[in-house]
Design a protein around this ligand. Sequence first.
Ligand code: HEM
Ligand code: HEM
Length: 471
Amino acid sequence: MEKPQYNTDIVKSFVHSSVLWGLVTVLVGLVVSVQLTNPELNFPPYFTYGRLRPLHTNAGFFGWVVGFIFATFYYIVQRLCKVRLWSDKLATFQLWFFNATIVATAITLLLGYTTSKEYHEMEWPIDLMIIILWVTFAVNIVMTIIKRKEEQMYISLWYMLAAIVGVAILFLVNSAAVPVSLFKSYSAFAGTNDANVQWWFGHNAVAMLLTAPPLAMFYYFLPKSTGVPIYSHKISIISFWSMIFMYLWTGAHHLLWTPVPDWIQTLAMAFSVMLIAPSWGSVINGYMSMKGQWHQMRENYLVKFLILGITFYGLQTLQGPMQAIRSFSAFIHYTDWVPAHIHMGTMGWVSMIGFASIYYLVPRIYGKELYSIPLANVHFWLALTGQLVWSISLWIAGVLQAGMWTAMNPDGSLTYTFMETMVEMYPYWWARTAGGALFFFGILVFIYNLFKTVRNGEKTAPLTAIAQGRA
Ligand code: HEM
Ligand code: HEM
């Protein structure tokens, strides 16, 4: 079989963009965190919490996470299909268009243009840019898969395809709006329908951006890093199809106790609990793949990131279903418990897998050994402790908040005023900033290590072959 010549330049460029947007995400995350404890650090009109928070979430989702999805998918798809990317030109266009879209998003959000739909705040002209971006990506990946030389489709390709199709459908439906000017539109849906569509989109964005792609990476990079295959292809396929089937019904768990019809809420609750099974299918498959290899947790920094990542995924997919139960939701909804859940997912699961993937890719696409494994370990510990401090402090804050909000005097009046509950939050919010700062220092160490790898890393023949697209 003639040897394919892979495109590695595009992977490099997406890694650069993604790391840059990752840095912006955590930096703005730190700023909004400090703004909550020190409101005098709001600088109206542009640099207020209300405008910076969506900048943080969108830079996180669409810059950092989507950036490393593009980088890793382009690396993985060529190797799993044993062919070069279908179109280099389309991929290069996508790279520039991607960065232009994120910049346009950042500017319009700071200027105050927003649809006010969470994770979909961008106004309609940017929606159009996102659609063009996603179509170029989808065409390139799908065409590469169609002309593949490897008949079998490994599980990572299934997760990739699900993410591509899933995001396209969700985004198109939730984008339906009537523009009234260049930067103002009104949703095509009204009232509870609007809410229902929005959270069908919102939760499936979690499924299709924060779950399926990191699983595609986990299934590819874990065996590559340990040197042994995954435990069971059968489990991977069964959990894939059951996860895809179940996620789509769960969106209304964000709307418990609202005017959305009761049966829709109950359906969402039931499917959320059922989701534990397919989620844990992947977790168990990951753990079982480590059979006889657990010593690598000590010796192999990539394995540390990957296994801690899948562990947080496991915890996240137990906590999530719990939050989807009406009685539990009544207690924690609107409290700081929820951001703690989110950041265990985004910092613990998704970012850990992102870090591992980038640590795996950079030595290969540059043909140089990683500059410093001890520094990668320092990064690991900073990311882990930073995330734990972030989430644990806010779980405590959430329970305290919920307890104070629901406390009642014998005469039925509330024991605490809202301001009293706010004042109690300060120590926990400071702890969150401290956790965020640790995570941020970790990212600085990560970037320094990558930079030194590219500059001073030692060249080796097998890595050079990969960098030149020959392996
Ligand atoms: C079995 C899987 C999961 C279930 C059933 C689940 C359930 C939930 C529920 C019920 C909420 C709403 C909490 C509230 O506002 O009261 C929530 C919020 C959220 N979850 Fe999960 N979760 C799961 C997995 C994940 C994963 C893997 C991530 C990845 C990062 C994640 C990210 C989020 C995000 C970003 C939100 C916040 C949405 C918002 O802005 O309100 N979840 N989840
Ligand atoms: C240094 C690390 C980080 C810090 C200090 C930080 C800080 C914050 C703060 C203060 C909020 C607002 C919470 C609230 O509404 O009360 C927030 C929300 C959010 N952040 Fe982060 N963040 C960090 C990392 C990340 C990363 C890496 C991602 C994504 C990849 C991310 C995604 C989100 C999301 C989705 C929300 C919305 C939460 C919600 O709906 O309640 N964050 N973050």
